[in-house]
Design a protein. Structure first.
Lengths: 151, 590
């Protein structure tokens, strides 16, 4: 999506500040993160200063400000999953990928992270792989799932 | 008044060319509830006549995490392969999340049976035995939805998970088709809305809600009748209703169950609240990651709008309510009402200093009611069955029922609806079955990251407003996490404090600085580098945060620390003094 297409998408929205979050969703859905130039376009259309667009964008935990890695593996570290051994899953993932939580593999293929809750606590322990939530995860299954991620 | 309008001004249907419209005729084009009921009954009768069996698969988020989509596809292909005609319906989970993937089969000649733990591999046998060569697949059956045992199968209500439960607002979970408004109407849906709007005044509706003693189910327990009345009498236009469907607290998933399982109940309750409070505009603010909830609420809203149950001139009454759906983008603090208001306005999602209550000045400084999903979903039954009836359920302190979320080290996890006042022990041990075999229950975390840790010996406490504070915990939104004796309490408190510190929005100094210092101290203690004076500092910080934090996040952050220091002092001492921890899960070992 380039500048023109983005502006076309935004033009469906009223030029009011109230739709700032919906506008950011449109950008994030298209790019997988919020590029600075796109945030500026949003600010221009909604007549919101770009500093305030940035301030809002950085306050929402789900928005990324940098291009994501090709794949994302997130281990749930909420209390229910922690009680069901998710820290061992995290350790295993770190070991298998050779990186620590918050990092990405040198080939930019996999980023390892956490979620604080996937809201499917009865299925603990839970891992999200490329946005898909998988419950009842075991260390072996996690290793298999990571290996199955294409390059 | 236009002489030849193209569309009816109230419901938008195209008018025949040359049609002359009068004000009275405009009213005639509005939908009336009887017509909706007739249509719903027609659909139901037609389905009964055709006698096609129904296969219901629970495909909410918890079901999906257990593989329900693959089960759904396996069933679809199996039905094709066998040439069996059946209606495949995606429903919500009935609360027995521990038994996912849940599949129900409804035959015209056999009561509805719930099958559990279904995998794609089990599907051929399931279909064969329940639809092709027989009527029931005994090996997978959990129970039958009848008043007494049938054909050797136990009733669902006799199962341990259902002991003590009282299904009032969750009665449709797992059985109603969330994508079919007429199915909801067949089960009495929207009759409360029709009754409220056509036969009651807004003041009468508020009165009924006051009599019910319903209190906010998001965790604040503010009296709902009072809140709606406060908005009704406030000055300002337009007024707003914000449906708080953000559900961002770890360990809580009940609102998702409502939105996935019975979204029309939420819509109905929302319109009733708007009518009572004199509100015309609204926002249904849904957590950005709750995919099935978003999809089902969007669809339900569209269907309700099509039938004139939401929107302009509802059921020809003259009352209009126009809600918009907004999708969140994460952050625990987003679930706090004033933060949500800021987000709706396009500002940074931070809490506001509440110099004026938001019923008087909320979204765009207009009178605003912000209500939790569960609270609004309780309104249809209060309008239909009466406030007195609702108040007769529960306890003296708290009326009605509460949806509770069980998880952690527990045999049966899921969503439970129980009368207020039920004991925590009954919920955790009877309904939940206690810790899985081989483990012993040590403690229960109730109230999430703002809650407290209660030892197994003190579980005989009633789940109602104000009753858990004596133990240093809160009922909150109903999240209950069981902890067995292999876990380290201090490490759990570290986890919860880290969460609070991470989620602190940063606006107020006590919370921003306080949670960071608390975390620093706890991190040291957990690995054995802490001292008694660190614990004293920790206590001092807790003392400051509660009265001085701007919102519930900071106010609640001390609870896990204080409650665990009180009830599990020995574990803290092990870390502080002995510098050891018996648990294999504790960072101390590393």
């Amino acid at each position: 999506m380039d500048e023109i297409k983005l502006r076309q998408a935004l033009e469906n929205l009223p030029r009011k500040r109230t739709v700032l979050l919906p506008a950011l969703h449109i950008v994030h859905k298209e790019f997988g993160f919020l590029p600075e130039w796109a945030m500026e376009e949003v600010g221009k259309w909604l007549r919101v200063p770009k500093s305030e667009v940035y301030g809002a964008a950085t306050s929402y935990a789900n928005f990324k400000l940098h291009p994501p890695a090709r794949h994302e593996v997130k281990v749930c570290c909420g209390a229910s999953c922690w009680m069901n051994g998710s820290q061992h899953l995290l350790k295993k993932a770190e070991e298998h990928l050779g990186i620590e939580i918050g990092e990405r593999t040198p080939d930019n293929n996999v980023e390892l992270g956490k979620v604080d809750c996937a809201f499917v606590c009865p299925r603990a322990p839970v891992v999200q792989i490329d946005g898909v939530t998988v419950g009842g995860m075991t260390e072996d299954e996690l290793v298999r799932a990571i290996d199955a991620l294409d390059k | 008044m236009p002489k030849h309008p193209q569309e009816c001004l109230c419901c938008g249907i195209r008018l025949p060319k040359g049609h002359r419209v009068t004000v009275i005729e405009l009213g005639d084009h509005a939908m009336d509830f009887d017509t909706i009921v007739i249509r719903a009954r027609k659909q139901q009768d037609e389905r009964k006549r055709l006698g096609v069996p129904h296969v219901l698969v629970a495909t909410g988020e918890c079901g999906q995490a257990a593989g329900s989509i693959r089960v759904l596809e396996a069933i679809r292909s199996q039905l094709d392969r066998c040439g069996v005609e059946a209606r495949l319906i995606e429903v919500g989970c009935n609360g027995m999340c521990y038994a996912a993937v849940l599949v129900d089969v409804e035959r015209p000649d056999y009561p509805r049976v719930t099958y559990g733990y279904i995998t794609p591999e089990k599907v051929p046998q399931l279909i064969e035995e329940s639809l092709v060569s027989g009527k029931v697949a005994r090996g997978f059956a959990i129970g039958v939805w009848e008043d007494s045992p049938y054909d050797g199968l136990p009733t669902i209500s006799s199962l341990p998970f259902w002991q003590g439960q009282r299904r009032v607002i969750s009665s449709n979970f797992g059985v109603v088709d969330p994508h079919d408004i007429y199915d909801y109407v067949t089960r009495g849906g929207y009759s409360a809305l029709s009754k409220a709007i056509t036969a009651m005044s807004p003041e009468q509706v508020i009165d009924e809600i006051k009599r019910s003693r319903l209190a906010g189910r998001g965790g604040a327990y503010f009296p709902s009748g009072l809140k709606l009345e406060g908005c009704r009498v406030a000055t300002g236009y337009p007024k707003f209703l914000v449906v708080n469907a953000e559900e961002g607290e770890p360990g809580v998933f009940k609102d998702r169950h409502i939105m996935e399982g019975d979204p029309h109940r939420l819509i109905e309750g929302t319109v009733i609240a708007a009518y009572a409070a004199g509100i015309e505009r609204g926002y249904i603010y849904i957590n950005g990651e709750a995919g099935p909830s978003i999809e089902r609420v969007q669809e339900a809203l569209r269907q309700a709008e099509d039938l004139n149950l939401v929107g302009e001139n509802i059921l020809g009454s003259g009352f209009s309510f126009l809600p918009e759906i907004r999708i969140g983008a994460g952050g625990y603090v987003l679930g706090e009402a004033s933060t949500m208001h800021n987000s709706i306005e396009g500002k940074r999602p931070l809490p506001r200093v509440k110099l004026v209550r938001s019923v008087e000045s909320g979204v765009f400084d207009r009178p605003t009611v912000t209500s939790n999903v569960e609270t609004l979903a309780s309104l249809p039954t209060i309008v239909n069955d009466g406030g007195d009836w609702y108040a007769s359920i529960g306890s003296q302190k708290s009326a009605g029922t509460k949806l509770l979320c069980l998880s952690g080290n527990i045999l049966r996890s899921g969503v439970v609806e129980a009368p207020m006042g039920i004991s925590l022990r009954d919920v955790v041990e009877r309904v939940g079955g206690g810790a899985p075999s081989g483990a012993n229950l040590k403690a229960v975390l109730i109230g999430g990251p703002s809650g407290g840790v209660i030892p197994a010996s003190l579980l005989d406490v009633a789940l109602e407003e104000g009753a858990l504070e004596q133990h240093g915990a809160i009922l909150g939104s109903g999240g209950i996490v069981a902890i067995d004796d292999s876990r380290c309490i201090v490490d759990l408190v570290r986890l919860l404090t880290a969460y609070n510190q991470q989620e602190s929005c940063g606006e107020c100094t006590p919370c921003r600085e306080g949670t960071m210092r608390m975390l620093g101290i706890i991190n040291d203690i957990v690995v054995g580098s802490g001292s008694q004076s660190d614990v004293d500092t920790l206590l001092y910080l807790c003392e400051i945060l509660e009265p001085t934090s701007l919102c519930g996040l900071g106010q609640g952050a001390p609870h896990p620390v204080l409650s665990s220091l009180r009830h599990f002092k020995a574990e803290w001492d092990e870390h502080v003094v002995a510098k050891r921890c018996p648990s294999s899960d504790c960072p101390m070992r590393r």
